[in-house]
Design a protein around this ligand. Structure first.
Ligand SMILES: *[C@@H]1O[C@H](CO)[C@@H](O)[C@H](O)[C@H]1NC(C)=O
Length: 311
């Protein structure tokens, strides 16, 4: 996705800031979320929401589609590398990796998932509560591998990243009357933020102290939305994305006050990506309207990192 390039820049800035100011060491990166950060977990669950076929992975080493919803590496891979860890952050369900790899982090994310249990249910992907169960399994293995004290220390210093929620607003809420009749859009946002808050409290009790939560990109400009909106952005969805980001930010500052010893970072993925979507040529992009890999009605994929400067 185009804005993931910017995400990377923004995340790098945030993380550099952290490292510079505190001279801290981040020994592992732990990720929960949806397709923005799934490195191939869905290859190991019975769902159609997969990306282990071309053109995904076109710019990956060997042009290999790995299950990343991306032409190359994900933002979280770049972050891991920038922190001096692995250049690829492995998917926790990938049997070709073991605890010796996951000791410096991994992703529990599942494309198509979200804060609402119903979202993962729709496409039979891994719901957030199950991502948390998998993380608990990881913690047990990490304790055996590193020893209890060292494992706890690792988790306390690790960077936790959470990136999801878009599927709720492009799919779950609008496509399923069960949600839109139950909640107004305001109430639904509060419901989702409530799930996020509970989730952060849970990972806190499991050791997490450094938590970054991604806000939404301008989802009204997603190809999947444009294709049903005469190819233009849907402003009300963009407003919603901005609004939801504000709520996430609010809950993070509340948690930071309540939970001792935490660092909470809100990652604004809205403003800069919108600039790029408005002036793609200034940033080296040619097309921000069409998806690369969709069916015509479900256009969600596009290049998600820097375009080749020579083309
Ligand atoms: C989601 O499902 C899990 C497992 O069934 C449950 O524990 C949790 O309370 C549910 N979350 C919400 C918000 O309903």
């Amino acid at each position: 996705m185009q804005w993931l390039l910017t995400t990377l820049i923004l995340l790098s800035h945030d993380l550099c800031f952290l490292t510079k100011v505190e001279a801290i060491n981040i020994p592992a990166v732990i990720v929960f979320g949806d397709s923005t950060v799934d490195a191939g977990n869905n290859n190991h669950v019975p769902t159609a929401i997969r990306s282990n076929f071309p053109p995904y992975g076109r710019d990956f080493e060997g042009g290999k589609p790995t299950g990343r919803f991306c032409n190359g590496r994900l933002v979280t891979d770049f972050i891991s590398e920038a922190l001096g860890l692995k250049p690829l952050l492995p998917a926790y369900l990938d049997p070709s990796y073991g605890i010796e790899d996951f000791a410096t982090g991994g992703t529990f994310a599942s494309a198509g998932s979200g804060y609402d249990n119903l979202t993962a249910q729709l496409t039979n992907v891994i719901p957030l509560w199950k991502q948390l169960e998998n993380f608990k399994d990881y913690k047990t293995k990490l304790s055996k591998y590193l020893g209890k004290t060292k494992a706890e220390e690792t988790l306390q210093q690790a960077g936790f990243a959470i990136s999801m929620g878009t599927n709720e607003f492009i799919l779950t809420y609008y496509a399923f009357p069960s949600r839109s009749s139950e909640f107004t859009i305001e109430e639904y946002q509060n419901f989702l933020v409530g799930v996020l808050e509970k989730f952060i409290r849970e990972i806190y009790t499991l050791g997490a102290r450094r938590v970054g939560v991604a806000g939404f990109p301008p989802i009204g400009c997603l190809p999947v939305i444009r294709v049903v909106n005469s190819m233009s952005c849907r402003e009300e969805l963009n407003n919603l994305a901005r609004n939801f980001g504000g709520r996430v930010k609010g809950v993070l500052s509340k948690l930071k006050r309540e939970l001792k010893g935490t660092k909470m970072v809100f990652l604004n993925l809205f403003d800069t990506p919108l600039q790029i979507l408005k002036n793609p040529h200034l940033y080296g992009f040619e097309n921000v309207v069409k998806g690369c890999c969709g069916t015509g009605t479900f256009e969600v994929g596009y290049a998600c990192h820097e375009p080749d400067p020579f083309t």
